[in-house]
Write a protein that binds this ligand. Sequence first.
Ligand code: SF4
Ligand code: SF4
Length: 661
Amino acid sequence: MVLTAGDTYAVTLFLIVCLSVFGRKLYLRIRYLFLAKGRERRWDHIPTRVKNFIVYGIFQRKVDREWYAGVLHSFIFWAFVILGASVVEITAQAYAAGWQVPTPTIAGFSLNGPLYFAEEVVAFLGAIGVGMALYRRYVIRPKKLMHEGMLDATIVLLFILGIVTSLLFYNATDVALGTAALPAWKPISSTLVRLAIVPADPTWWHVLWWTHVVLLFTFLAYVPHSKHMHIIFAIVNTFFMDLTPKGALKKVDLEKTTTFGVNRVEQLSWRQLLDGYACTECGRCTDACPANATGKPLNPMRIITNMRDTLDEQGAAILGGKTDGQPDMFQTVHSKDGIWACTTCYACVYECPVMNEHVPKIIEMRRHLVLNQGEMPAETMEAMRKIEQNFNPWGIGWDQRGKWAEGLGVPLMSTASASSEPVEILYWVGCAASFDDRNRKVAQAFSRILQKAGVRFAILGPEEKCTGDPPRRLGNEYLAQTMIRGNVETLNRYRVTRIVATCPHCFNTLKNEYPDFGGQYDVVHHSQFLRELIDAGRLAPTKDVLQFLTYHDACYLGRYNGIFDEPRDVLYRIPGVRVVEMEKCRDRGFCCGAGGGRMWMEERIGEKVNHRRLSHIEETNANAVATACPYCLIMLDDAAKTKNREDIRRYDIAELLERSL
Ligand code: SF4
Ligand code: SF4
């Protein structure tokens, strides 16, 4: 079958129009990315980036964290990839009838046949994938997909369905007319012919060719105008994903910076803006967000999509230098209430299949409010004042920091460092275990364990200061850096090499953020250290501790630092302890509500996050909950008390281990 000269002219014109529409929008979007003033270096560690690109971009490892979505998405994705060859071949029929995509020939065997076979199979699977997607959106109707992007998503799905079915039907008419190349390799079209669904009619062939080509190129023109531009940008995003430790916030150069944080989209970095174009609007981030789940006005997906839409709306004005009077990000991207509601639990970033980074944007917006506007919730202002005065957010005198250790024989670093026997570890106690009564008991239990194991350790006592985690996450980089620099000076003065922290927030900051300030130490969490001591035979848990309990993962230990097994291993080694998992556990763990400085804020909107977490514990019927974080312990304690569930006991893993020794 051949097309006429009229077809060729018409399709050429159509192609030019569609490619122009596509190219213009794509050009604008890329141009807008270059408006970014924020600096970001993402050209390092190329081999790792290539690996990530293959794993997360091509093979979409994260998409299949939800199996149904993973299956349908892979059907559609691979249909797109493999059908690229058929697009070229079918379009080329307008210029050279019978032209085939050149493929290598191996031992006289042309690969065109297998290519046709693959095209037919993926087109068929692509249609099934679309069916699954429509079923999910219109029958299952998960809450996370019920947003205004529904229409766009449906249009895109119908386009894809039209493209793959028109391809199969076009191939079928070709087979029916006897003009198809290698028909034996086209099983689905041949079946359509055998079932007499497609007639051997040249008019059908002609109409289907046009249908396929029109759908293809209209879709191409539509893509950059829709959320489906993630087809192009998501894969790029995976290459440029953040390779620094998850728990490390970017250091601000206080000497050189004059304006802090962001309140306008062009102040973000190109990589942060790219997130908007990469977003698939899958809603996984919002679905995982504990603040959103408990009714706070925080929607991580909206941070990304509103940022993208703001860039689209204001891009031309920014390009023309006319930003005066344009609404800022707190009006167009996210409300201040929402930005303060974030617990920085990292669930949004962890779940995002295209490696979008929500938390750094939230922190940048907080930095703007705190450092440029002097604006923050009153309670956090109080916590900052306490840190400034006494180096801890509890506001208790700094000289009381080592009080919990009185009578325990725990040496201070100032005396231990003068001894001829060097200390094995520095126990970083943290503010919570130093000043909160409940957590002081944990510090005491942990110290007694260390003594039983014969570990030579010391604490800094009054020389220890807040690590800087709360002010940093609250946007007060000045105060955070003051604390960090003070601590680094102390630690380096004592030539500390190994630190054990019982608080995951301290652990994360010391391990991942202190290196930026000249503090390089081997930092371990007490769950890791306790397991190490048990493995080395320095601790032998032998006594029965009869507890049927569940373990609550702390975000800064689990999602941020990948420590899921160690605390569990400690619990498994305690005789008599039986552990049942909550549905939301490990990397899907639900925050206790205290991270990101939320510990120091009132929770006035919606259900309390710690109450929701308690309900997860209740579902297991466990009679106790263990954790390895002082913040979580405080929050779970509070929830159990206020919800009259004090029968559910709350422990740190160290307390349980001590009982078994
Ligand atoms: S970090 Fe946690 S609380 Fe903050 S937006 Fe993401 S999921 Fe929500
Ligand atoms: S930011 Fe990521 S997880 Fe959230 S909707 Fe977009 S693609 Fe999905």
